[in-house]
Design a protein around this ligand. Structure first.
Ligand code: 6R9
Length: 643
């Protein structure tokens, strides 16, 4: 078991929305009286056109789930209109451009007008309930307007991250047979432009389903416009009314599709529906970030990922919050940008990914220390296990030791947080996502499917439905059943491994396809990575298994030293020692390769599949590399592969 380093709840969180006793009582009730608990939440958090007939029903052999069946509501009304009596002039979205001198604030009244104008314009172009609309956008307010405009008219949005290639965009548009595409002339990132409309044109050449392409003018470049298909956003919205009758949706009507990569094969179109998704995004936002009226909340994700959906747009806006949307990157103009923006807008909660934390840690503390960060109350992390060393840096240097960290474990498929600490209720342990959120019933399974009681480690599964559960894989329901419900019938299979310690805390050990078996010992590659990252000279490490004659699998480590540190044999020896010390001799790396960079997806996840191939010397067959943020990284690793 990992070190039981417990970081207590800070004293100034005594008045948090959820206190320690509340957590225990509410969690128990959410499991024992699920329907009663969530009916109360649904009354408290959402505004309904018509109340539901039944709260929940599910079958985890077939994967079927319904929440609030028979109810009617509209997501854009819940995110905008119902707040207007109190918040018309409150800022809904703060937008910070890539260029630090460019920014904008949008009030709830302005948001209503913008969303309605676009919704009317889409309706005028024949887009309506159930139609799929693809968004290929940079991080600008129009991305949020477009999501909410779709929700207003009952269209289903499918956002494709702006960093994806024309090929990837085409595949996703075709798979969902989108009727419209909303894009932008160009985006900005780190001072460079991204040719979105140009990319879209390449994709659309093979997408006959798209009859309308709406183009936001952002950089003002001379984008090619196709007469009968392409229209400028500002032109089609100019004459539209600032009111738009919302479509009253069934609870189980689809809200969005989001394509996500599995361990193999084509990306899956994860489908989320209206009421359950919005409810869980909304409850988790309020309780996990202990949101207080008037605070500024900042999630640094892109709207192209589920984190951006739930915690830039839907969760915050459903709570009437002020959400910050950032177009740029953490290191532009310099590595202090995040903290400059925190000070500029008095951000109260800051939510980012471990990979960003480690990268900034590697740049040195000076960039953080130049800012005050006094407004910060809560820090959050998501996307991958956070190694305790990065956790400590985030906590002590960024948060000055006074801001609780919420380590939130969840997935595109879960729609919202599932395992997370609560700032005023759950003591933290660096590297652990801690305890399940309300309504989330977890289990750890052995290989043979038997449940592990108490302490132990195994496959992380969910035993019963939660409101924002994936409903289907768009166009291929069987694939959902096969991927999530067939491994262990009766359970939702997360694809992650986890340990549970004596206090019931969960420690995610990484994807189970990353589990390696060394001399019969099952080991999470994340454990070895965590140990390596403890070394002060190490910025980041990724670990994979490779075939080993005697042990079955050996441990291959790709290690990135801190800026300015040289990879020497002496350092290698220290790293081998640290693994032996932290985990045991079985965890001693067999190979350490210095890696100036690690292959990552554009959302920052390390692509271990590629690292495994290089470690296995299967260089001919690296598989799909189209989602790599920087292909040059892979070439370097191949060239300098440890022999
Ligand atoms: C929200 C998001 C899901 C996978 C998930 C797990 C990993 C996410 C984590 C975490 C450890 C955390 N993951 N949060 N691992 N601790 N706090 O990232 O969704 O892109 O679908 O990825 O990410 O492996 O299975 P998604």
């Amino acid at each position: 078991m990992p070190e039981a380093n417990v970081v207590p709840i800070p004293a100034n969180f005594a008045d948090a929305h959820i206190k320690p006793d509340d957590y225990t009582a509410m969690y128990r009730r959410s499991i024992e009286d699920r329907d009663g608990f969530f009916a109360e939440m649904a009354d408290q958090f959402l505004t309904w056109d018509k109340r539901w007939d039944s709260v929940s029903a599910h079958d985890f052999v077939t994967g079927e789930a319904t929440w609030f069946d028979g109810g009617k509501l509209n997501v854009s009304v819940n995110c905008i209109d119902r707040h207007l009596p109190e918040r018309a002039d409150q800022v809904a979205i703060i937008w910070e451009g890539d260029d630090p001198s460019v920014s904008k604030s949008i009030t709830y009244a302005e948001l209503k007008a913008e969303v309605c104008k676009l919704a009317n314009a889409l309706r005028a172009r024949g887009v309506g309930k159930g139609d799929r609309v693809c968004l290929y956008m940079p991080m600008i307010p129009e991305a949020a307007y477009a999501m909410l405009a779709c929700a207003r008219i009952g269209a289903i949005h499918s956002i494709v991250f702006g960093g994806f290639s024309p090929e990837a965009l085409k595949d996703r548009i075709q798979a969902a047979e989108c009727k419209a595409l909303i894009t932008c002339d160009e985006g900005y990132r780190g001072g460079k432009t991204i040719p979105l409309k140009h990319n879209a044109d390449i994709s659309l050449a093979d997408c006959p389903s798209v009859s309308t392409c709406v183009v936001v003018r952002h950089t003002g470049c001379d984008a090619a416009m196709h007469d009968d298909r392409d229209v400028y956003y500002h032109e089609i919205t100019a004459q539209q009314s600032e009111d738009c009758e919302p479509e009253s949706m069934d609870s189980e009507d689809p809200l969005f599709i989001l394509y996500t990569s599995g361990s193999t094969g084509q990306p899956k179109g994860v489908l989320h529906t209206t009421a359950g998704y919005l409810l869980q995004a909304s409850i988790t936002f309020k309780y996990v970030f202990d949101y207080r009226d008037g605070e500024v909340f900042w999630c640094t994700a892109d709207v192209g990922w589920v984190t951006g959906h739930s915690y830039i747009v839907y969760g915050p806006l459903a709570n009437g919050a002020t959400t910050l949307m950032f177009e740029g990157v953490p290191t532009y103009p310099d590595a202090g940008r995040f903290w400059q923006v925190v000070d500029k807008y008095n951000v109260a909660s800051f939510y980012t990914a471990p990979t960003a934390i480690r990268a900034l840690q590697g740049k040195g503390d000076e960039f953080v220390k130049q800012s005050s960060r006094k407004s910060l109350r809560i820090l959050g992390t998501v996307g991958e296990p956070i190694n305790p060393e990065a956790w400590e840096w985030y906590f002590n240097v960024v948060g000055d030791g006074r801001c609780p960290i919420v380590d939130t474990w969840w997935q595109t498929e879960t729609g919202a947080h599932m395992i997370t600490s609560l700032p005023g209720a759950i003591a933290m342990k660096p590297g652990s996502a801690t305890l399940p959120f309300f309504g989330v019933e977890l289990a750890l399974l052995e290989e043979d499917g038997s449940e592990i009681e108490g302490e132990g480690s195994g496959y992380l599964v969910v035993k019963s439905s939660w409101p924002s559960q994936i409903r289907t894989v768009y166009g291929d329901h069987q694939r959902m059943v096969d991927t999530y419900f067939s491994h262990y019938p009766g359970y939702y299979f997360t694809g992650d491994g986890a340990k549970r310690d004596a206090d019931g805390y969960y420690w995610i050990t990484g994807r189970v396809d990353d589990v390696i078996n060394v001399s019969g010992h099952r080991m999470g590659t994340a454990e070895v990575e965590r140990a390596l990252a403890l070394h002060e000279s190490i910025a980041e490490a990724a670990v994979v298994g490779f075939p080993h004659d005697i042990k079955g699998q050996g441990i291959y480590c790709y290690v990135t030293p801190m800026d300015g540190v040289e990879g020497t044999d002496a350092l290698k020896a220290e790293l081998v020692n640290i693994c032996a010390e932290e985990i045991g001799h079985i965890a001693k790396p067999d190979v350490i390769q210095w890696a100036p960079g690690l292959p990552k997806t554009r959302s920052g996840k390390i692509m271990r599949r590629i690292l495994r191939k290089i470690a296995e010397n299967e260089l001919e067959n690296l598989g799909d590399t189209s989602t790599l943020a920087d292909p040059a990284v892979v070439e370097d690793l191949i060239e300098n592969r440890a022999k």
